[in-house]
Design a protein around this ligand. Sequence first.
Ligand SMILES: [Zn+2]
Ligand SMILES: [Zn+2]
Ligand SMILES: [Zn+2]
Length: 255
Amino acid sequence: MTCFCFKKGCGVFLNWLQLICYLTFLILLLYRIKILPAVSYLETERRIPKEKVVVKKRVPKEKVLKNIVIVIKEGSKPEVYTEEHEKMLGDHEEAWELMVDGYDDEKNRMYDEYAGKSCHQCRQKTIGHRTKCCKCTSVQGQLCGDCLFTRYGENVLEANANPFWVCPVCRDICNCNRCRRVKGWEPTGDLYKKTLYLGYKSVAHYLIHTRGPHGKQEDRDNETAGSPTDKEGEQLDEKDGDNMGEDEIKFEVGT
Ligand SMILES: [Zn+2]
Ligand SMILES: [Zn+2]
Ligand SMILES: [Zn+2]
């Protein structure tokens, strides 16, 4: 056997064959380190099969707009509005910030049996501003800031600064579950965000502008009558109003 370095007694490599073996082993080792992912022996770090990884694609806004579907169950009587109803719609100068008044830091509503006042729309006895109607001067004229803004497009602070403010019930435009049922109409369910995307200030503006004398048929085309199994309206029996806590809008998005 001849030593690789040709020095007598070196003993590093015994021969060419051994050198080739060492180099091959070294190359294979480097190759493995480079191409293979790090191996984890922890149970919690198991690799997820590629097919199970769901990639959430961003949906372009135009596509979302096209696919907004509003579901209102067909009532026993037709829902129609006149020009008078259109005139009764309110407005706001300053936008009302939702989920602040009457909410704690964790966005939970603050219920108070004694200090709280009920809201005609959402029927929740929480603390926070409430409207006062100069006409009925009763609890039916009490609405919380969030309901007044999402369902009628008005700001509770501006309403309270106006001594002649009249509540939606007295204006005959109330869209709460109870008032709608009295008229033979089904509850609307959560509509605020959908109507906002369609370009309306509030649920009342949407309902009256699509069903009034200047009704926009193209927006009503986005509606479906709803199926008997549709629970949206039923859920709101206990909690009327729009669910402001819902971050995502359940649009039916086409692919
Ligand atoms: Zn309310
Ligand atoms: Zn009133
Ligand atoms: Zn009502």
